[in-house]
Design a protein around this ligand. Structure first.
Ligand SMILES: Cc1cc2nc3c(=O)[nH]c(=O)nc-3n(C[C@H](O)[C@H](O)[C@H](O)COP(=O)(O)O)c2cc1C
Length: 215
């Protein structure tokens, strides 16, 4: 671990943050900590100040088990598309910590909030969705600063999760976040550790004045 990942600065938290699956202890999240983390999410910027997010905290183990069964079925759907070599690598990768974490936080996107005159969304409908992702990132960083792990699960069909948590038809589930205390946070992403894919160097994605293709 480098010095920059040890300190409590915003950079320290950004570089310490990890998608967490296998390190949850299952201990409860203190109520005041959960409120702080959710307050950080709710402090995110949003297009037209629409604040189009909703958070459903799921502690109930039956609900979590039902979601996990669905996720495992979707894991198989994905696995079936892989060639033999990729399937072998994928088999070693854990993609969720739904029941091992302390709670799930389901984040929803409500495009009707603040509509129809959402300032800044008239030309780019996705700007609402971008706002929800910023709330999730705030939550993720705040949780990291609190010593909690967060794992984003997206192996699900939106209709299934919408029904499971009772979102109305217009609210789009954007994430199931597994949240809770962790033994530690790995220094490298799981996908790198398992040889699935590596983080690109900054210079591979950085352009000046105009986009230049590298291939
Ligand atoms: C939109 C989104 C969806 C993701 N879905 C999953 C998922 O379903 N399962 C999983 O294990 N990780 C998921 N991740 C985590 C990524 O795999 C992880 O962020 C990436 O490998 C980099 O690792 P790091 O977050 O630890 O830096 C998701 C991340 C994002 C941003």
């Amino acid at each position: 671990m480098t010095r920059e990942t040890e300190d409590g600065s915003v950079y320290g938290t950004i570089f310490r943050r990890r998608d967490t699956r296998g390190e949850f202890t299952g201990e409860p999240i203190p109520e005041e900590v959960l409120r702080r983390v959710l307050s950080a999410a709710h402090a995110a910027p949003s297009v037209g100040l629409s604040q189009p997010w909703d958070f459903v905290v799921v502690s109930d183990m039956d609900l979590r088990k039902r979601f996990r069964e669905h996720v495992l079925a979707e894991r198989e759907v994905f696995e079936d598309r892989l060639d033999v070599e990729r399937a072998r690598v994928f088999a070693n990768i854990k993609i969720e910590g739904i029941v091992e974490s302390s709670a799930g936080i389901v984040v929803g996107y409500d495009p009707a909030r603040g509509a129809p005159d959402v300032l800044g969304r008239h030309a780019i409908a996705d700007a609402g969705l971008y706002s929800v992702c910023l709330a999730i990132q705030n939550l993720w960083l705040a949780a990291t600063a609190e010593g909690l792990g967060v794992g984003w699960v997206s192996f699900y069909r939106e209709e299934f999760l919408r029904d499971l948590v009772g979102f109305p038809g217009n609210v789009r589930p954007v994430a199931w976040l597994c949240v809770g205390p962790v033994r530690d946070l790995p220094t490298a992403p799981d996908l790198e550790r398992h040889g699935w894919r590596e983080r690109l160097p900054l210079d591979a994605v950085l352009h000046y004045e105009r986009y230049v293709s590298d291939g």
